[in-house]
Design a protein around this ligand. Structure first.
Ligand SMILES: [Ca+2]
Ligand SMILES: [Ca+2]
Length: 377
């Protein structure tokens, strides 16, 4: 009976097969640069129209040994970037590069990278006694042109900002819109360990505002949703603030911070910078987070059919805790993602048993037991 219901459910679906994986539009893994070489002036990796600019206020060198983060792509080999300011708290060390095909219009794209802020040595001459993991700003700066035209300026910064050692998303003042002030989304996460920082940007043409969603150290194998991280949050840009086109990227930071305590420039590692249309989170339908949507995921869905306490890992792709037709639809729509499927989705449905997951039976059994024990009036 259960199998029959499964097949009839499948008949109601419109299925797209073999969507396939799309490569990141822009990436910089630093893997193509010789160990110890200066990254400034080099032009490796994909999606860029020029080379990294040079910088006189710090150094950007390739260093063997990738940063790694569980579930974030599979690249644990090659090199990372070692960013080092020029040794004073007033250093501003940045390099720039332009994107071949800018993001614009109604594009939704993701910025993600691995980063590590190495502890600096406190400077007693500035009254410092405790290490502060931070700089005035550090990270991946995003530059672009307002929709109405004009100069390419900084739109927002994904990294650390405003003197915080925690990871932040900073929107920058736009002089094209007087009175609109910058604001900062604070993750509350400051660590000297490796962090995965992710920002989703939903651009909108016309009067609609762009929307940002920001994550620090999310579980990327568990799918994309706003709460998937300590510090996973989203916010909507202020009226009049326009991020119409994204065309230029800055790496690096600055170390000057007035007030107390002062924040000094410190060394950072940066790696696996990706800017593109692909979410770094597990793809819809990919329950087991292996980068493929295939029979294994469909088996998980079948095993958990009608569960009411499901998670992404047990095939709830709609975040309503239930495994039902809506989740099956998503899996079907994404069938073959990241792979060439051996069988069609229709054929796959015939191979998987479709049974309510055991907890449902347990619940029914418990209710039945309570009914049996109910006093007879
Ligand atoms: Ca999978
Ligand atoms: Ca669901």
């Amino acid at each position: 009976m259960a199998k029959t219901r499964w097949l009839s459910a499948a008949a109601a679906l419109s299925l797209a097969v073999g969507a396939g994986s799309v490569a990141a539009q822009v990436s910089e893994t630093f893997d193509s640069y010789a160990d110890g070489s200066n990254i400034s002036g080099q032009a490796g990796d994909t999606g860029w129209s020029d080379a990294w600019s040079s910088d006189a206020d710090g150094s950007f060198t390739a260093e063997s040994g990738s940063l790694t983060y569980a579930g974030y792509k599979a690249d644990a080999t090659g090199s990372k970037a070692h960013l080092s300011p020029a040794g004073t708290q007033t250093a501003t060390w940045t390099i720039f590069r332009n994107i071949t095909t800018p993001f614009s219009g109604d594009d939704t794209f993701y910025i993600s990278f691995l980063a590590q802020n190495l502890a600096y040595v406190p400077d007693a001459s500035f009254g410092e006694t405790n290490p502060i993991l931070g700089t005035r700003y550090f990270g991946v700066g995003i530059f672009g042109q307002p929709e109405g035209g004009g100069t390419v300026t900084e739109r927002f910064l994904v990294g650390q900002g405003s003197g915080f050692s925690q990871w932040t998303l900073n929107r920058v003042d736009d002089t094209a819109y007087p009175g609109v002030t910058a604001n900062t989304l604070e993750s509350g996460i400051a660590t000297s360990g490796v962090s995965l920082v992710v920002c989703r940007v939903d651009l909108h043409s016309g009067p609609d505002l762009p929307v940002f969603t920001f994550w620090v150290n999310p579980d990327v194998t568990a799918g994309e949703f706003a709460g998937n991280a300590v510090g996973g949050q989203s916010f909507v840009s202020q009226a009049g603030f326009d991020h119409a086109t994204v065309s230029r990227v800055r790496l690096g930071g600055g170390g000057t911070q007035t007030g107390s305590p002062n924040v000094y420039a410190s060394d950072h590692y940066l790696d696996e910078v990706r800017i593109g249309f692909d979410s770094p989170f597990a793809h819809p339908g990919d329950a087991n987070g292996d980068g493929l949507v295939n029979l294994s995921d469909l088996q998980i869905l079948g095993d958990n059919w009608q569960s009411t306490s499901a998670t992404w890992a047990t095939a709830d792709f709609t975040w309503d805790s239930i495994v039902n037709l809506g989740d099956l639809q998503i899996l079907g729509d994404n069938w073959g993602w990241g792979t060439t499927p051996d069988v069609s989705f229709d054929q796959a449905l015939a191979l998987v048993d479709f049974v309510p997951e055991p907890a449902s039976f347990a619940l029914i059994g418990l209710v039945g037991l309570l009914l049996l024990r109910r006093p007879v009036l």
